[in-house]
Ligand binder design. Structure first.
Ligand code: C2E
Ligand code: MG
Ligand code: MG
Length: 746
């Protein structure tokens, strides 16, 4: 901006002129000329600024310029009286111009103040400040001048008119201060100029009242006020829209309270001033002023209380809603549940726990996870019955409240909720499958906390068993209690060596050779006897001990095959298959653990296979990373219980697999023509097509073995060939396998 620095020069020149005027002899012609030049320059400066900066709203500045010109006319008239006519009448025509400039000044200030958004609180604050200062003004300036009996009525009215007009300017300025406006440098300069003008007028009125000094003392203050006004106009920020806005709530901070306190205390303390306390008009003025101040402060405080109430109501409303998804919050859900329980109805609740949502967050980032949650919440809200309450009650947990429904209806709703969540969520080009487990609980005569706990227990049971929906029964609590007990005992069992590893042969057809063994863990419990892994593996998975137990099994199995390889030579099985849980795979350094177990036992990596279930790798994430790392080591990967999960074939595209272990359920009826035979056939075809090895599990009879071999299966495992035992008899298994004459499949 070419004239961006003009205001600085203007300020320097103005201050120099003010100083010059001050040192010039009082009342001299030169001093008068300097005074008038500054006055005219101020009006010119404002008009010049209007041309240079072209503000969006010039009206305010035009009023200031007009006011200033009128003021200068007053000065010129005054000088004319003093220097040409050599008399100083008071009041005179000069005062007509001076006082006539005030309406224009007001118009400009009103336009300035109006740009700031007004709030009731700010206006009251301004009124408090104006009343407080106005009271002082009245008592020390206006009233004494008005009561001065030594002067004419016209003189008194005129003298009072100036500070009175200034007090109105002050009220307008107070509005600017309290409204948090006056943000730009230009506005600040303007305010400073107005304050100086007020000070000068006050000095002018007060000096003859209390001292014998000349009123010319006020001249430099008048001049500085002029200078600041023109500098305010010339400052480039004059073209900027003056601040304001921004504030939304009427704040009452410590400084505001201090101000209120000072204003409220001001009135009574004025009574301590002798000439006021003793004067009836003084006392009456203080009483009226104090009354007005008290009413204003009361109004402000009641507004404040109202605001606090409104805000707390807003907070409560916010607490009732989940900010991310917009469905109800946990608190809202608990409140609604409590209400419906106390009303005597029999509410049903469905607690939904997302499966593997943590992986989505970990791998794709929270923002994407948030969008998944949002989309799932929307689906839930759409799928739930109209009168149901849908809430998000935890990071990846939702709950649905059916205020009065039967158990059957709850089951139907749960089924439709599962269905609603089953379709993949499409975000950012990802197709995400987020599974869900639902726990149902309901009834009367329980606390909300207890009902939620029951639904939670049912939900966790559903997660463990892989069912989509589970209803709470007292047996589940027993099971949970049993879980806790078993969990504690596993720790002791690990420390005192109660676990064993048994091995079940996997035979190769048609030779009958034991090609591999599967390592299976057993717990020889001192009082319970042999505990099935089906009973304690889920417990160890939940309390995390599976990691330690699993590593022990892995090391034991590797060492065992290594020792068979030394003792049996070529008669030893080629491979040992070790079952690995999801929780083990999810650990960041699982592949390193396996590598260490192999190194310590001296077993080549190709002699080891890990068996994972579809559910362990279904959600992708670290589990699949671990499988790739194992693959890179040379370890084989077997998918256990293949065909029982819900996306078996899809998994083959994402997970590195070498071996498919076809589930026992397809083997059971393989001798009869039917669906299972067709599936067993298809699974073999798939594995052959993908170059994988198929192993049929749970072969209990020779007929099953024969039927499987006819379908093309070359690797079989089951009680027929040998149960899992600590010391398998490989020769016996081979003999059993060799007894039969297998037709070589075409
Ligand atoms: P799985 O890995 O599918 O193991 C096969 C299960 O089928 C074993 O039961 C085995 O004893 C049983 N089985 C084998 N042949 C037959 C048969 O002809 N008929 C019948 N009815 N059953 C047969 P087990 O040992 O009770 O293990 C059950 C499950 O526990 C295993 O299923 C596996 O998921 C888990 N598990 C066992 N040992 C371990 C382990 O060391 N680590 C981990 N993480 N899980 C293990
Ligand atoms: Mg297995
Ligand atoms: Mg299996």
């Amino acid at each position: 901006m070419r004239y961006g620095r003009l205001w600085i020069w203007w300020l320097v020149a103005g201050m120099a002129a003010t100083a010059g005027h001050y040192v010039l002899p009082e009342g001299s012609v030169v001093a008068s000329i300097v005074y008038d030049v500054v006055g005219v320059a101020t009006a010119v400066g404002i008009l010049l600024a209007l041309r240079l900066h072209r503000p969006q709203r010039p009206a305010m500045w035009r009023w200031f310029a007009a006011g200033q010109i009128t003021f200068v006319l007053g000065d010129l008239t005054y000088e004319f009286y003093e220097n040409v006519l050599h008399r100083s009448p008071y009041p005179s025509f000069a005062d007509v111009f001076y006082l006539g400039s005030y309406p224009m000044l007001f118009a400009g200030l009103v336009l300035l103040v109006r740009r700031h958004r007004s709030e009731a609180g700010d206006l009251i604050d301004a009124a408090i400040v104006a009343t407080g200062i106005g009271l002082v003004f009245w008592l020390f300036v206006l009233y004494p001048v008005a009561a001065d009996s030594g002067t004419s009525t016209l003189e008194r009215v005129t003298t009072v008119a100036y500070p009175a007009a200034d007090a109105m300017v002050l009220a307008l300025l107070a509005r600017l201060f309290t409204g948090g406006g006056a943000r730009t440098a230009s506005a600040r300069l303007l305010v400073a100029g107005a304050v100086l003008m007020l000070a000068a007028d006050t000095l002018f009125a007060v000096i003859p009242l209390y001292t014998s000094a000349s009123t010319h003392l006020a001249d430099p203050v008048f001049l500085l006020a002029y200078v600041l006004w023109s500098v305010a106009a010339l400052h480039p920020s004059m073209a900027v829209e003056h601040g304001g806005g921004g504030r939304t709530a009427a704040r009452v901070g410590p400084s505001r309270l201090l101000l209120f306190g000072a204003c409220a205390l001001l009135a009574p303390s004025l009574l301590l001033v002798p000439q006021i306390g003793a004067d009836p008009v003084g006392r009456l003025s203080v009483a009226i002023g104090a009354g007005a101040l008290i009413l204003l402060v009361l109004a402000r405080m009641s507004g404040f209380v109202f605001e606090v109430r409104r805000q707390s109501a807003e907070l409560t409303r916010a607490a009732m809603q989940d900010t991310l998804t917009g469905v109800a919050s946990r608190r809202c859900f608990e409140d609604a549940l409590r209400q419906s329980l106390t009303a005597g109805s029999r509410p049903q609740i469905a607690l939904l726990g997302l499966n593997g949502f943590k992986n989505v967050n970990d791998e794709l980032g929270r923002p994407l996870g948030d969008r998944v949650l949002n989309s799932l919440a929307a689906r839930l809200a759409a799928a739930a019955p109209g009168d149901a309450l849908v809430a998000r009650i935890g990071g990846d947990e939702f709950a649905v409240l059916l205020r009065s429904a039967g158990a059957d209806q709850a089951r139907t709703v749960a089924a439709s909720l599962t269905h609603a969540l089953s379709a993949p969520v499409a975000v950012d080009g990802h197709e995400l499958y987020v599974g869900v487990a639902i726990g149902l609980a309901g009834g009367a005569g329980v606390t909300p906390v207890e009902l939620l706990r029951q639904a939670e227990t049912a939900m966790y049971t559903a997660k463990q068993t892989g069912e989509p929906v589970r209803r709470w029964t007292p047996a589940l609590d027993e099971r949970a209690g049993e879980f806790v007990r078993l969990g504690a005992e596993i720790r002791t069992a690990l420390d005192s060596g109660q676990f064993r590893v048994v091995y079940q042969p996997i035979v190769e057809l048609p030779t009958g050779r034991v090609a591999a063994v599967e390592a299976l863990v057993r717990w020889e419990h001192p009082t319970r006897g042999l505990v099935s892994p089906a009973a304690f593996i889920p417990v160890a998975e939940r309390n995390g001990l599976i990691v330690e137990l699993g590593e022990w099994i892995l090391r034991t199995a590797c060492a065992r095959l290594a020792s068979w390889r030394t003792t049996l030579g070529p008669a030893a099985p080629d491979r040992v298959s070790v079952n690995v849980s999801a929780r083990q795979l999810a650990r960041p350094h699982f592949a390193a653990t396996v590598a260490a177990a192999l190194a310590d036992s001296g077993l080549p990596a190709s002699c080891l296979a890990v068996e994972v279930t579809e559910t362990a790798v279904f959600e992708g994430g670290q589990a699949v990373v671990a499988l790739h790392e194992l693959r890179a080591l040379g370890v084989r990967i077997a998918l256990d219980d293949f065909g029982t999960g819900h996306s078996s074939l899809g998994l083959l595209q994402t997970v590195p697999v070498d071996i498919l272990k076809v589930d026992k359920s397809f083997v059971d009826n393989v001798t009869e023509a039917g669906r299972h035979t067709v599936i067993a056939d298809a699974l073999h075809q798939v594995s052959a097509g993908l170059g994988l090895v198929a192993v049929a599990e749970g072969v209990e009879t020779a007929a099953q073995a024969e039927a499987l071999h006819r379908l093309g299966y070359c690797y079989l495992q089951g009680y027929h060939f040998g149960r899992p035992v600590a010391d398998p008899d490989f020769a016996l298994s081979e003999a059993i396998a060799g007894e039969q004459s297998y037709e070589v499949p075409a």
